[in-house]
Design a protein around this ligand. Structure first.
Ligand SMILES: CC(=O)SCCNC(=O)CCNC(=O)[C@H](O)C(C)(C)COP(=O)(O)OP(=O)(O)OC[C@H]1O[C@@H](n2cnc3c(N)ncnc32)[C@H](O)[C@@H]1OP(=O)(O)O
Length: 411
């Protein structure tokens, strides 16, 4: 029987949910369909859950969920935030992902959504569909006994109940989101789920974490963190507990004050934080930044441009300039030659018949879009070709941003 790609109805959503969990090897999460049906009700109703069917059975899942992403300059651009992509182990490598992706691109393009983006489970999967690596994140471990700030930093850190933390976190995040290229809206009760206030089976998880809020001197929340203490070995009766922490911070001071709160706690000898930005300027507020050890750096967001005129026209450019770009895209959505004229105040983009200054595949356009990469560096690995001398240097000044983009929210 041929595989059919269809919109998943509410009636089929529980099967979609279980196939996703088996595909992602999260077996213990099976059975969460009824909960997720309420959480993702808007996207399901909008037909944004796409399934592959073998007869009546769901064998492939693809969430093409609606969101917006902040781009350089601060505009919130509609995006399909792709998630829950799986194909049943019995049906892999028969082109099902390719078919679901094609359907999702059609759906997004028909709805006038200029971008698709996702967080790939594995690097090699999505480049073939036109996605390019657009943001990085880091993981740090702190040796608490050697940490100190370079000077006294203002503000206070206090414990909060989970509901207070959700309220403060929402306000902090909204300000951060509009100022951070790569950030998306936290929809679908994201905060309640993160804090454990909303669980699939009504069992509150908020007692498994401690919640703190950093307020600046005026009393405004500027950062929030939660952490889970880890028991140490207590060898020789010496405390060596640890913690795993998560935080969002509006500025460098907020970030370091939250870190300081953790490193000054008795009993902790070390703690780790994941999902940190690639921008590590906050380390300059530490007396010895080397004791903040970056343990990992990894790619997070990949961007696929579907509508070049809308996408490039929505962002600003730190350097002023005009470039003619020839974009290649075997799927057709982004294929063409475009004249981009942009600067800090905005941009105009038009289809053009001029000779291009740069030629690049759609993957490279996605990689450049949020400001992470220098075009000249990507040219050195063969990902963009300079057709007119000086065009790469101009593209560097226009596309790359002083502060790297940061997705902030995993989806
Ligand atoms: C945004 C997210 O949700 S990320 C989560 C992605 N999901 C997972 O990793 C869960 C486990 N894996 C799976 O469910 C599946 O293997 C998927 C979804 C990754 C791929 O589904 P499939 O239906 O097997 O992919 P499909 O047959 O369409 O493959 C298309 C091409 O991609 C290649 N490909 C597919 N998966 C991979 C992979 N993991 N690594 C490298 N190449 C891959 C195929 O070889 C094929 O290449 P070809 O066109 O040169 O022949």
């Amino acid at each position: 029987m041929p595989i059919e790609i269809k919109i998943v109805t509410e009636a089929d959503y529980d099967a979609f949910s279980d196939v996703t969990d088996v595909g992602l090897l999260r077996l213990q999460e099976r059975g969460r369909g009824p909960f997720r049906r309420t959480v993702f009700a808007d996207d399901i109703a909008a037909g944004r859950a796409i399934g592959a069917y073998d007869g009546g059975r769901v064998v492939g899942t693809f969430g093409n969920y609606a969101n917006t992403v902040t781009v350089p300059g601060g505009a919130a651009v509609p995006v399909s935030a792709v998630t829950a992509v799986t194909v049943a182990q019995t049906h892999r490598r028969r082109g099902i992902l390719s078919s679901m992706t094609a359907e999702a691109f059609r759906q997004s393009a028909d709805a006038g959504v200029p971008l698709s983006m996702l967080i790939p489970a594995e690097w090699p999967i999505y480049g073939r569909f036109g996605y390019g690596h657009a943001t990085d994140e880091t993981r740090y471990t702190f040796d608490t006994k050697r940490c100190a700030t370079v000077r006294p930093l203002p503000g206070t850190v206090d414990f909060a109940s989970a509901p207070e933390w959700v309220e403060a976190g929402r306000a902090v995040y909204e300000r951060l989101r509009v100022a951070t290229p790569g950030a998306i809206e936290r929809r679908n009760a994201w905060w309640e789920r993160e804090s454990g206030l909303l669980t699939h089976d009504g069992r509150p998880l908020d007692k498994e974490s401690l919640f703190v809020v950093y307020r600046d001197e005026a009393g405004t929340p500027r950062g929030v963190a939660n952490y889970q203490p880890r028991e140490g070995s207590w060898e020789g009766f010496v405390p060596d507990n640890g913690a795993e922490a998560y935080m969002i911070a509006e500025d460098y001071v907020a970030r370091v004050r939250l870190l300081q709160f953790l490193w000054e706690q008795d009993w902790f000898s070390s703690f780790s934080v994941a999902k940190f930005p690639a921008d590590d300027t906050w380390r300059h507020l530490m007396a010895d930044p080397r004791v903040a050890r970056q343990k990992q750096r990894y790619d997070v967001l990949w961007v696929r441009v579907l509508d070049v005129v809308a996408a490039l026209g929505a962002r600003t450019y730190e350097g002023e300039g005009r470039l003619v770009l020839a974009v290649t895209d075997p799927d057709g959505y982004a294929e063409g030659v475009y004249a981009l004229e942009g600067g800090p105040a905005g941009a105009t983009v038009k289809r053009s018949t001029e000779t291009p200054d740069l030629t690049l595949p759609v993957q490279t356009l996605g990689a450049l879009y949020l400001g992470q990469h220098a075009a000249s560096a990507l040219a050195r690995v063969g990902e963009v070709a300079e057709e007119k001398p000086g065009a790469l240097a101009l593209a560097d000044r226009m596309f790359k941003t002083a502060v790297p983009p940061y997705c902030v929210t995993w989806f």
